[in-house]
Structures are given as structure tokens and as C-alpha cells.
Design a protein. Structure first.
Lengths: 343, 343
DNA sequence: TGTCGTTGCTAATTCGCATTATCACTGGCT
DNA sequence: AGCCAGTGATAATGCGAATTAGCAACGACA
């Protein structure tokens, strides 16, 4: 039975009980047998006996104090970490991060104390606690350039999950190669006979949006149409596509693809016979559907894992602070991309 | 790469930059204006300016060493926090915790560094870092009594999410009243005319299991049958129920209810016409279904929220350490409980 | 007899921060 | 001049463990 630890047992207590010095206790505990520390078996056993009898455990905090790292990995998300509204978008990233942190023996600190102003968090505010952690991972669709610039300027060790444009220096990240994956799906559509294709979605704002549009343009040509979705009802978007005699729509956001499919079903438009629909990634908003969309998936778990690894490498000096890494997306065959009618 | 020795900023650094002593920095930070420490506004501002510019944050470990508050809330889960296999069971709890932590201005520390041995984590291991946090929330279906006993013995401030049996003292918790909710659904079934009812599931092991079985027995009588599921194929369970001419099955685990329904569909057994199925809570394992089960839901988000609140109250001395709280479950009408045939 | 090497241990220091005790200086008063 | 009170800061200390430097005792050897 461990005693009612009113005051925590320290090495000094053990030392007193075993009639040795605190140093000796520490040496015995760490099993040091260098030339500088020779403890005869007799003394060792005496110390170990007291430790066993008292149930002494070294204070991990004091222990970490001397090493200069807290083994705390910060995780900053621009929205709530556990949202009910974003379709568990963060979940796979976090699963990867947790998995890696566990292997490295790190704890995860979620910066929930950061105040949410107008629906979004901010890294820098009057009482930013970033530096509690040894380093930090950044999650979020869009991260303001000025915050990134400040992180770089302050030389705070961080890695972004998701590609970010440089901001006063290269931003370290582990991202997904949306451009390449989008290009590939477009090429696939062309191989099937599609000629009239369109990009559906913002295509701007976040890097991930811009990357997809860029990949689309690279494969489909610079004049291929871009249909924005902002605040437009899916039916209207569908009309635009049909009016332009588009045969394959490349939809940036899976939730928009679902909405488009729903609108099509309502209108009696057959997907994919009348219109192929390609989903360029995973849902960042909740979207229920039974449709197995063609397109690609974002390697979210792997991104989380590799970002964590990269941060660890940066912290231990094994990697440059500005390292950037793009992972390939996982292509999904799906059922919504077929050859266009009459080909 | 010239890696700029990413060493942590200390009060000494701030002191040097502001041309004061480390003591002064500490005094400014802790806003001490005792008679013993009078810092004129001018000096204060100079120090604060440097702190703001550098984003300095006190080392949480060093802070804790001197028995201060960290505004860090520990979260210990007995399985992975972000599992792919447990059907996001933790997610709503964490959403509630995050929500509350955000309001309190606390950060969340997930103890992912705890080593996983044979699929489960352990609180107490050679390098336990519990004390980094001010207090801790405990999540998990089953928590070993010895670990709870030790937490209590060491007087570590914690609150369990989910009811736990006393372990060397009352275990502080915010749980769900499974017993009452189960009783209510059983009574509802009896009111509909059911007489042959059975409890399906372990009914033992975790407190939550035992509570449900207890609630079931309280309403259905002590001799009402209990059909275990451990390692038995759903079809076999279904057979057992049908052989015993059961008209309503109260299934502890929603995933088991789904499996049972699938087995029934395959067999041509109509649910709920031939057999009513009541789900006693939410899925702890992933289970895809379109069925809207009758039964109840666990107020997971509210549990997380209230557990956080309770821990905060304990830490600030406004609540007794052993406080226990049970929340009512949310009854779900659903479509799988109807009057039995021929009544 | 002095020097060296070995053995067995400990005093002192360090980490980052909070706290306590102390110090230097100024101005007013006797 | 001498004393005290008030002001503005700092040196010193401690938390618990790890690490470094070093000391005392004892033989062996020249």
C-alpha cells in the first residue's frame, strides 16, 4: 500500500532513510555505472530496498526540467477541434498526429484557450500560450499570412498541416498534392472522351483551393470554365453547367458535389450519364450521401503523422526549419465518372 | 542549415532585453503589487512590451514545480483519443470538454504519451506526466480500480466522465443514469404489452454495463433473461431470443443492435414486427445503419461539459473532491419498439 | 616517504520560476 | 550630521532530480 502521500516523497527522503546522499539515490535510480559513479552492490541494494518499501516515484516534472524539452506538442486549430459542424474533418489528421505523438512519447496540447472571434481562432492575442508547447502543428483550411509571418519571424518551431504559401520566408508544411491529383483526374476524364469540363468551387482563397484550380487548368487548359459556388443554390450551379453543355464537373468540395448530385436527382438529370461529377478531396462540411464519388481522397492521417514527425525532426535539429513536403492523394475510382454520352 | 538553437525563451532572456532582473520579470508577470514589490508603471510597461514582442510564456513545468496553476486541463483516455475503430465514441465528450475549456480559458492536454500496453493505456507508469496539468478528466469504458484508488490516495484532482464504483474512497464523476433510462424503456415496452423481454449484452465488467442490467432487472424482474454476446455470432444470439419467444430485446451496445438487425433481415425476421429491439445508448464501436433505433442516447456532450465544470469547481475549492453527478439520458422514440404481435 | 591510481561516495551546481530577504538611494525631519 | 521612512529594484533561496567536480581513504609502487 502506498502511504497517504501528504507530502510527496523525494530523493532526499530516500537518501535519509538509506543513509546515503541524494546523489547516490539518483545514481542508483538511473543505474549509472560509469567510472564517475561506482556504487557497490551492498549500497545499491540498501537504496533499492528503501525505494521499494516506500513506493517512491521520481517526479517527472523535475526530471524534464533538466532536459530542455517538455515533450509537449501543441496543436492549433483555426476552428473548434471537435466540431459538430465540419464533418469531422480534423479527425483523421488528429488520429495521425496522436499515433505519432504516442510513438514519440509526447503529449498533445490543444490550444482551446485561444479566444474564438467571429467563428475563428487567432494564434496571436494578448495572452497567447503557444510557447507552453515545445512546438506546434497548425490545422485549418485557411491561415492568415500575417500570423504565419509572425511565427516565422519569432522562430517558433511549427509545421503546418496543409500547404501554405510563403509568408516572410518558407512555411514548413506537410501538404497534399491537390494540383497533381486534380490534373490526374482531369486527364482521366479526357481519356474517357470528355472535352467540355468545368471547375466548380471557389478556386481561390485557401491554398488548397488555388492548388486544385491550378491543377485543373494545367490539364484542361487555361480557358476551361470555372463555376463559383459561393452563396449560389446548387440548382443554379447545375443550370450553369448544363447550359454550357459541360460533360464533367470537377467539384472542389465534396459537400458541394453531394448538393449538386441531389439537385440533379431532383431535376431528373442522371449522374453520371448526363453529367460526370468528380470530387476533388474530402468533405470539410458534413454531407450525407450514398454515392461513391470518383475523384480522390486526401491522405489526412498520413499528413498528420508526417507533420508530427517533421516537427520532431525540426525540434531535435535533424531537419531544416523550412522543410516543405507534399504527399500524393489517393485516387478513387468511384462511380460518377464515365465516358460522356455519344462517345 | 544553420539551425538557430531553438532554445526556449526564459525570464532571464526577457530580463536581459528589458534591462531588469529576472525577479522583476516574475513580479510583473504575476502582477504583484504588494508592499514588498513596487514596480513603477514605466518599468512594468517596458517588461510587458518585451513579453508581448517575444510571445514569452512561462514554462509550465517550472511553474507546476512551485505548485501554481497552469490553466492546463489534462485529458486521459484509456484508448486512443482519435480512434478509427471506436466510432468516434469520444468525440461528443471532447466537444463538450473543449467547449467548456474554451469558456474557462484553459488548454487541453491529451496524455498521448502514456504507453499503450496490450491495447490500453495506463495512467501510472514510470514516466507519468499527470502533474503537468492542474487536474485531469478520465475517459474510458472501463478504468481499473487500482488506478482510481491511487489517484484518490495521491489526492490528485480529477473527475471521471462516466460513473465509477468507489475505489478506496468515492470517485468523483459525471455519469449518465443508464439504470433509470433502461428502466424507463423497459416500462415503456411493458406498457405496450411486452412480457417476454431479454437483456442482450455483457451486463457486467464496466459500471455502465452493470448499470444497464440493473435498470433492466429493476423494471423487468430479477428473473428476466440475460443473453450475453461475447464472441457469439449475431445469428446465434437471434436464435436464442427467438427460441425463448422473446418479443423485445434490450441491447446494451448499439453496434450489437445493428448486427442483430442485420442478422434478422438476412433470416427474414421482421424488426420490429417479429421482435422489438431497443438500443441502450450509443455505439462504442462503429456501426453503420439506416435504422432509427428506439431506446436512448447518452448525453455525451453535456457529460463532458459538466465534468469540466466540476473539475474547475474542485480546483478552485468550490466543490468537494468526491462529488458524484448523474445526468439523465435522452430517450429516443425510434421505430424499433412497437407492441408485440397478437396484443 | 611521497606519489599515483582506485574505490566509494558526496557537495555543489543546474534547470526556470516564485518568493523572501536585502540593499541602495532619496528626501524630510530633528 | 544623523536617523528614519519610503521607493525601486536585486541577490539569494528553494522546488526535485540529474550531473559535474571533487574529496577522503586505502593500497601499490618507486
Amino acid at each position: 500500500m502506498p502511504d497517504k502521500a501528504a507530502t510527496r516523497l523525494t530523493q532526499r527522503d530516500i537518501a535519509r532513510l538509506a543513509k546515503v546522499s541524494q546523489t547516490t539515490v539518483s545514481l542508483v535510480l538511473n543505474n549509472r555505472s560509469d567510472a564517475t559513479a561506482r556504487i557497490p552492490a551492498e549500497t545499491r541494494d540498501r537504496v533499492l530496498k528503501v525505494i521499494r518499501e516506500t513506493g517512491y516515484q521520481a517526479d517527472p516534472l523535475a526530471r524534464r526540467m533538466l532536459k530542455q524539452r517538455n515533450q509537449i506538442l501543441g496543436v492549433f486549430t483555426y476552428e473548434s477541434v471537435f466540431p459538430s459542424s465540419s464533418g469531422d474533418f480534423y479527425h483523421p489528421f488528429l488520429a495521425g498526429i496522436e499515433d505519432c505523438a504516442e510513438r514519440l512519447g509526447w503529449d498533445l496540447l490543444l490550444f482551446t484557450s485561444a479566444p474564438v472571434t467571429s467563428g475563428r481562432r487567432q494564434i496571436f492575442h494578448e495572452n497567447n500560450r503557444l510557447r507552453i508547447a515545445d512546438g506546434c502543428l497548425l490545422l485549418g483550411r485557411h491561415i492568415p499570412a500575417d500570423e504565419l509571418a509572425r511565427l516565422i519571424a519569432e522562430e517558433y518551431p511549427f509545421v503546418s498541416v496543409g500547404r501554405r504559401d510563403d509568408a516572410g520566408g518558407p512555411v514548413p508544411y506537410v501538404g497534399a498534392d491537390y494540383a497533381a491529383a486534380t490534373s490526374t483526374t482531369v486527364e482521366k476524364a479526357f481519356a474517357l472522351g470528355h472535352r467540355r469540363v468545368a471547375f466548380v468551387g471557389p478556386g481561390t482563397g485557401a491554398e488548397s483551393s488555388a492548388d486544385r484550380l491550378r491543377g485543373f487548368r494545367r490539364a484542361a487548359g487555361n480557358r476551361a470554365p470555372h463555376v463559383p459556388t459561393a452563396d449560389r443554390p446548387p440548382a443554379e450551379v447545375l443550370d450553369t453547367l448544363l447550359d454550357a453543355r459541360i460533360t464533367a464537373a470537377f467539384v472542389e468540395e465534396r459537400a458541394d458535389a453531394v448538393a449538386l448530385a441531389d439537385a440533379a436527382a431532383e431535376r431528373g438529370v442522371d449522374i453520371p450519364v448526363d453529367l460526370s461529377v468528380v470530387a476533388l478531396g474530402d468533405a470539410t462540411r458534413p454531407a450525407a450521401t450514398g454515392i461513391d464519388f470518383s475523384g480522390f481522397h486526401v491522405p489526412r492521417q498520413e499528413m498528420g503523422r508526417q507533420a508530427t514527425e517533421l516537427l520532431e525532426a525540426v525540434l531535435s535539429g535533424r531537419a531544416a526549419a523550412g522543410t516543405q513536403r507534399l504527399l500524393p492523394c489517393e485516387l478513387a475510382e468511384g462511380t460518377t465518372l464515365i465516358a460522356p454520352k455519344g462517345s
